[in-house]
Design a protein around this ligand. Structure first.
Ligand code: ADP
Length: 416
């Protein structure tokens, strides 16, 4: 789902790791293995409630900062990292331009983690490609979407209905728009808080339209690329989608590629301009729909929100009481719940939660059962206490995230 960053492990608890994140110690879920030890570097993925460690970056290495060798002279290396360029003495290890390297926390050379990750002869002079999120036009294969129906999406009937008319019909039967004298939408913005099902519903629509392909791209990944590469990637993506209709191009967190122009530097503007012209190039009945998502509709360049571009907007919101009841039913696993477990109670207690939070409640319950090995005695019954413990965990994670968000906001206001 989210951004991946490389962080160092400070301590290992049963199913969690304490990692060092930008001056803070945070707890993340350990989804790798029992072999993680303090000092290791792990890849941590953003998650709605608690971030998850999803892979080893490297065992026990002294830093997570990655860079790419841009130049090598007889005695010096020029290394580009996410934070800038650094000149380093030539290490003992055999290195060459284009290699991805890891630096120590003192900014010294540590090791090569991937040889030749970039071809420095390409036309933009090579770019910093992070090992975890490599993107290349040839990687832009359509994604598989889960076999889910609209009935698997709870509590937002009006949103589902809008999505049917603004996305499904343009993909499936664009001529219906012509019949009523309208242009079929090419771009639709899904906006609302994280975890309210924007990605999920986009995939459900793709699954409803026979043979639809789903191309997905994340704004922050795209904006981490160099300008020349960004343009090639975008062009490649639109070409692929247009050659493979019906197709959805799903732009997650589009605000990071297309922020308001008054706030953007030149490269951002170029990307927005290119995106607009690519969207203009989609034929009227091309059966390609671009979906952009954002948590903050106001942060988006107004030029993108005009008719013919992302002219349609659909708001996703936190579910109502009835919505939460439906989502609880949808995600509730097929195991026995003790009579003392009250779903009515849960409906009330989950006020303010998103669909993603509700889903993670059942993940936490599952984790409790596994940890206590209750699955080994035949099919387990979920007790009231299990639900309460899981509930407390998710609620604590929501509170932590909220506190973190507030701190970040304060820091931003302080610095701006
Ligand atoms: P967003 O894209 O808005 O950040 P996602 O689509 O990634 O949120 O939602 C994460 C998960 O939460 C989904 O995979 C789905 O399982 C669950 N979810 C969110 N909203 C709903 C909903 N209304 N009904 C059922 N499940 C939901």
């Amino acid at each position: 789902m989210g951004n991946v960053r490389v962080l160092q492990v400070l301590a290992v608890e049963d199913q969690h790791l304490l990692v060092y994140d930008n001056g803070e110690i945070i707890q993340v879920k350990n989804e790798i293995s029992s072999q993680v030890t303090p000092g290791d570097f792990v890849e941590v993925e953003d998650h709605y409630t608690r971030d998850k460690a999803v892979g080893f970056a490297r065992e026990d290495d002294p830093s997570g900062q990655q860079g790419i060798i841009e130049k090598k002279t007889d005695d010096l290396l020029l290394v580009r990292t996410e934070t800038g360029k650094q000149v380093l003495p030539i290490p003992e290890e055999d290195v060459s331009p284009g290699d991805g390297v890891l630096l120590t926390d003192l900014g010294e050379f540590y090791t090569v983690f991937e040889e030749d990750i970039v071809d420095l002869d390409d036309d933009d002079g090579g770019s910093l490609r992070r090992g975890v999120n490599d993107m290349d036009p040839s990687d832009l294969e359509p994604e598989n979407v889960p076999d889910k129906q609209y009935s698997d999406f709870g509590g937002m009937d009006e949103v589902v209905e809008e999505v049917e008319y603004k996305v499904q019909v343009p993909l499936k039967e664009p001529e219906r728009f012509e019949d009523v004298g309208m242009d079929a939408p090419k771009g639709v913005l899904f906006y609302g808080p994280p975890g309210t099902g924007k990605t999920y519903l986009a995939k459900i629509v793709a699954n409803q339209v026979e043979d639809a392909s789903f191309y997905s791209i994340r704004g922050p990944e795209l904006s981490a690329e160099l300008v020349g590469r960004t343009e090639r990637l975008l062009r490649g993506l639109f070409e692929k989608a247009q050659n493979n209709p019906p197709a959805i191009i799903f732009f997650d967190e589009i605000d990071s590629v297309a922020p308001r122009r008054d706030k953007t530097m030149d490269s951002g503007r170029r990307t927005v301009g290119q995106l607009l012209s690519l969207m203009d190039g989609i034929e009227d009945r091309g059966r390609v729909v671009v979906i952009g998502t954002t948590n903050l509709i106001e942060a988006i360049d107004p030029a993108l929100r005009r008719p013919g571009r992302f002219g349609r907007e659909i708001e996703f919101h936190r579910p109502s009481r009835e919505g939460r009841r439906e989502i609880l039913d949808i995600h509730r696993p097929d195991v026995e719940f003790a009579d003392t477990v009250s779903f009515d109670d849960l409906v009330e207690k989950t006020e303010g939660w998103t669909g993603a939070h509700i889903e993670s409640l059942f993940e936490e319950i599952g984790e409790i059962l596994l940890k206590e090995e209750r699955d080994r005695e035949g099919s387990p019954t979920i007790r009231r206490m299990d639900v309460e413990r899981a509930y407390e965990r998710v609620q604590a994670q929501i509170n932590n995230k909220e506190a973190q968000r507030r701190r970040e906001q304060e820091a931003e206001e302080g610095s701006g």
